[in-house]
Design a protein around this ligand. Sequence first.
Ligand code: MRU
Length: 354
Amino acid sequence: MNALQLDTVLLSKDRTCLEILDQTLLPGTIKVLHVSKIEDIWEAIKLLRVRGAPAIGVCAGYGIALTASNIDTDNPKTFEEKFMEQKNYLASSRPTAVNLFWALDRMERTMRANLDKPVAQIKEILFQEAQDIRDEDVAISRSIGEIGFGLLHHGDGILTHCNAGTLATAKYGTATAPMYVAQEKGWTDFRVYCDETRPLLQGARLTAFELHNAGIDTTLICDNMASLMMKSGKINIVFVGCDRVTRNGDTANKIGTSGVAILAKNYGIPFYVCAPSSTIDMSLETGDQIPIEERDPDEVTEMWYKERMAPAGVKVCNPAFDVTDHSFITGIITEKGLALPPFDKAFERFGIGK
Ligand code: MRU
């Protein structure tokens, strides 16, 4: 099974539900959920059945189009009120990935721009907007892949953290896109190292799954092995994804990313963040302003183990993301080009945030 053929989230052909690949069951089970209730869409995002910043944005776009299509009114004012209730509810599912809010805001703008039309027509327009978000995501990832590919050399060892792969987007991924482009161009002499990414194992369960299945030379390592791999010369470049980038280039991504960046700088290895422009939040100046999601302690103490692996009652801290300071980032690859420091100036040149 080539993971590039797996769809993370789609709208069903009859537009009655979302078809969500349940990523909590991967790699063992490939199961598509048919979800129509807003509570179930919220839960799918919260529990990481669909996850990864761009895929969360696509899911939110389809989700609000679907739930708004079920609003039973012909009155645009009532439609607007109910739409906003649904939007605010979906926005409460996860706090860090800005793509969730970006997609919902874009859907709201579309709704408002068309409030002079009959409600049935607004509903159609919202379905189209959600589809555009998905289609654009494929093109954006592809473009990030082409730019990232230009940074690779034959024989490279590439390290990645978490899953910023095709499973985190509509297709290609962001951090994995340069690898898929290299493969498409016939390169066979590069290797990828995946951090397993405690505690939810997105590296082991998802990145290793999708790259290995695509036939890319893939080696899984525990998070605490990255330093040794770097020191021994096995890693020449790092690509990671991100959940939110602030104006100065600080970057929130899966917990552990900042440690990888610090190690990379220590060993003189280029560290690139792959960021669709929808992930760049120009309203925030620095990473200190990014809300960091704190998750259930059971993910650390019990999940994936046959029995609990920590004493009952012990305190547990489980932040899902950390912020990599911009000073550790070599470059930020957006679909509009490679941003080099100072990042705020580069983003402005690319027209991001206008
Ligand atoms: O908690 P997750 O699995 O949603 O976290 C995902 C990540 O941190 C990804 O690296 C990020 O969303 C970028 S996905 C292209």
